[in-house]
Design a protein around this ligand. Structure first.
Ligand code: G3P
Length: 249
């Protein structure tokens, strides 16, 4: 972990029911969380209001997606204004599941980030390479190209957290080694220094996602450029998520 405040996000993805959400919220409300860590959870849209109304204010709430602009005739979409209306302060953008399963491209994701930030919705900006891209030695190229699409659209980096999530590590149980993650985080920071500014490079938090669990988080958290985690599966279990939040020492 670097000098910025450690940040742990729980991405619940398309999981849960009213009952399971209520149980998870009660357990999180009862958990003892390290003070010096920002904690955010991202429920599916339909449960955000329930979570906002029952979860301790110690934990902030994120959406998992948002529309690219102002609301209107966009069937099935949710606007940044609507997130603000229900007190949802964050949105995850560029997640690999939306890039690779739904087909969102860099430009679309970058524009979504710009619009969300313009409405004061903070952004967890995700990047990461596929296994074949890593094997072809293209990890940095892919991550830098995804970073460029964000950088072309973002002016206020204070409200952005970058999440490096190698696609081969997501939901596979194959976590990146602390060295593999550190290498990319340092490269992204360096890219920011050259392409955005030294200030942004040193202050922005770069968190790691991909099979983070209660057993592997502490080793990862020791790395200089790993400023937190974006957790999928393990964020659905309060004791594991709590261990991950408290992993920075
Ligand atoms: O956004 C978090 C994520 O994609 C990682 O998922 O289940 O591998 O922790 P998981």
């Amino acid at each position: 972990a670097g000098s910025g405040k450690f940040f742990v996000g729980g991405n619940w993805k398309c999981n849960g029911t009213k009952d399971s959400v209520s149980k998870l919220v009660s357990e999180l409300n009862a958990a003892t969380l390290e003070n010096d860590v920002d904690v955010v959870v991202a429920p599916p849209f339909v449960y955000i209001d329930q979570v906002k109304n029952s979860l301790t204010e110690r934990i902030e709430v994120s959406a998992q997606n948002v529309w690219i602009g102002k609301g209107g005739a966009y069937t099935g979409e949710i606007s940044a204004e609507q997130l603000v209306d229900i007190g949802c302060q964050w949105v995850i953008l560029g997640h690999s599941e939306r890039r690779h399963i739904i087909g969102e491209n860099d430009e679309f994701i970058g524009k979504k980030a710009a619009y969300a930030l313009s409405k004061n919705v903070k952004v967890i900006a995700c990047i990461g390479e596929l296994l074949e891209e890593r094997e072809a030695g293209k990890t940095f190229d892919v991550c830098f190209e995804q970073m460029k699409a964000f950088a072309d659209n973002i002016t206020n980096w204070a409200d952005v957290v970058i999440a490096y999530e190698p696609v081969w590590a997501i939901g596979t149980g194959k976590v990146a080694t602390p060295e593999q993650a550190q290498e990319v985080h340092a490269a992204v920071r360096d890219w920011l220094k050259t392409n955005v500014s030294p200030d942004v490079a040193s202050s922005v938090r770069i968190i790691y996602g991909g099979s983070v669990n209660a057993g592997n988080c502490a080793e990862l958290a020791k790395k200089e450029d790993i400023d937190g985690f974006l957790v999928g599966g393990a964020s659905l279990k309060a004791p594991d998520f709590t261990t991950i939040i408290n992993s920075v020492t």
